[in-house]
Design a protein around this ligand. Structure first.
Ligand code: SAJ
Length: 428
């Protein structure tokens, strides 16, 4: 099988390399010259465990090459970004998908399979892509097999999950499903779940929406605990001992290119039916502001001047800052306060990021942890001796207990505000 993968990003590249690893001839297409050059020179442009090793092997085997332009293939896999538009409901921007389909059409021959891996708004495969292929003279389900196979891998574990997760194969016709299954059976060891394209599209979106709504509930609980003076993290631990309860965890907000994006695709498709999803988005979007207010409260109490931010990626052990709540928190702190703000993230290299732990914490009154990187889980008291005052606000609950360091987290937020009169005992 010859496979063309269009879009060599967080999903397209690992997918392309995985097919190459399993003895398929793969050509990876990307618009960015630098990306193509780097990949052909044997260097991955994203951080993902195991990917570098497999790229090297794929190049050596001759099964993979990257290039700017498409060529003929048996299978075309589209894995391009689908950002939000900036309209009222932040609907799904299909520009890149349509562009990729348009560029594919001149290379299509009867019997080819076109797979959309990009996350798309419900009904896109049937209402947008199918008509494009039909207009080019193909009968979908007979000449060309069109499938939506959403990716469901977790950044940081992509190489493992690509192989072991179940995979939804959403075809426009039963023949499309069959062809889709043949493609993924090359390496997928999980179940290949047969579905219609519409079910595949909406189930992918609902998986991330489910998580977003549950995180919103956890964030709401953190705010409830703050006002009532009850430890929300202990509540979660307790409640999760119930066999049918699985509360998620509060944090500085929800980032990444999935949970903070996908729910809007459903909202935009049917705003009147989605008050809960919309509210969840609002709650999660309110968290950076909430964290900044807490930092201001604490800094006022301790007469602090310098805050050190730990972690700016949207989650732990990745280098991805897309939609990261940390970015908004830093911007708010810089705009609204006079604090000196230093920033440290062992996974991100930027000129404004401190080179090491020691420089970042030097003279700081508060360390504010916004990402659960593994490096933060093993810190010791020695790491914080150069702080002016030893206070840590750990929004991800990763820092171990440290002698002589005061740690605040999403459980004991009420301790950050000195004004304890805020906690009014309930009347009888
Ligand atoms: N977060 C919390 N509290 C939690 C869990 C997560 O605040 O209890 C935050 C994280 O810090 C992060 C955000 O949510 O900012 C999203 O992180 P995540 O690990 O939940 O999700 P992603 O975006 O890295 O990956 C998700 C996954 N979806 C699900 O688990 C349902 C992944 O399987 C998908 O492939 C991916 O979205 C995607 O591409 O859709």
């Amino acid at each position: 099988m010859k496979i063309a993968v269009i879009g060599l990003g967080y999903i397209g590249l690992p997918t392309a390399i995985m097919f190459a690893k399993h003895n398929q001839k793969v050509v990876g297409i990307d618009l960015k010259k630098d990306t193509v050059r780097m990949l052909n020179a044997g260097k991955v442009h994203i951080e993902e465990p195991g990917l570098q090793t497999e790229l090297t092997k794929a190049l050596l085997s001759g099964n993979f090459k990257a290039q700017l332009n498409l060529e003929k293939a048996d299978i075309f896999i589209i894995a391009v970004p689908t950002p939000n538009k900036s309209d009222a409901y932040l609907s799904c921007d299909l520009t890149h998908v349509k562009d990729a389909v348009q560029k594919t059409i001149p290379y299509l021959e009867k019997g080819n399979v076109v797979i959309l891996e990009s996350t798309i708004a419900p009904r896109t495969t049937e209402d947008v892509v199918k008509p494009m292929l039909e207009e080019a003279g193909f009968i979908v389900g007979k000449d060309i097999f069109l499938v939506h196979c959403p990716e469901r891998v977790l950044p940081g574990k992509i190489m493992h999950e690509l192989v072991h997760n179940n995979r939804i194969i959403g075809g426009l016709t039963p023949a499309c499903v069959e062809e889709g299954k043949k493609v993924y059976s090359v390496f997928v060891q999980g179940e290949l779940i047969e579905a219609t394209a519409g079910v595949a599209e909406l189930s992918k979106l609902m998986e991330n929406t489910y998580r977003d709504v549950n995180i919103a509930l956890a964030n709401e609980l953190a705010k409830i605990g703050d006002t009532l003076g009850i430890n929300a993290l202990e509540v979660i631990q307790m409640a999760n001992k119930h066999p049918r309860v699985h509360l998620h965890y509060p944090g500085p907000g929800v980032g990444g290119h999935c949970l903070a994006v996908d729910p809007y695709f459903i909202v935009a498709a049917t705003p009147e039916n989605t008050p809960l999803i919309q509210q969840a988005r609002e709650i999660n979007n309110s968290m950076p502001r909430f964290i900044v207010e807490k930092v201001k409260d604490l800094m006022a109490n301790i007469d602090g001047k310098k805050v050190s931010i730990f972690g700016i990626t949207y989650k732990g052990d990745v280098d991805d800052v897309r939609e990261s709540p940390a970015i908004e928190i830093i911007q708010l702190l810089e705009k609204e306060t006079d604090f000196e703000v230093s920033i440290f993230d062992p996974h991100v290299k930027m000129p404004w990021i401190e080179p090491d732990f020691e420089t970042a914490v030097e003279n700081a009154d508060l360390v504010c942890v916004l990402t659960d990187h593994s490096e933060f889980k093993t810190v010791t008291i020695e790491d914080f001796v150069d702080m002016k005052q030893q206070h840590i606000f750990d929004t991800k609950n990763v820092i171990p207990e440290l002698e002589k360091v005061t740690i605040y987290n999403m459980g004991n937020l009420y301790e950050m505000t000195k004004d304890s009169t805020k906690l009014i005992p309930m009347a009888e």
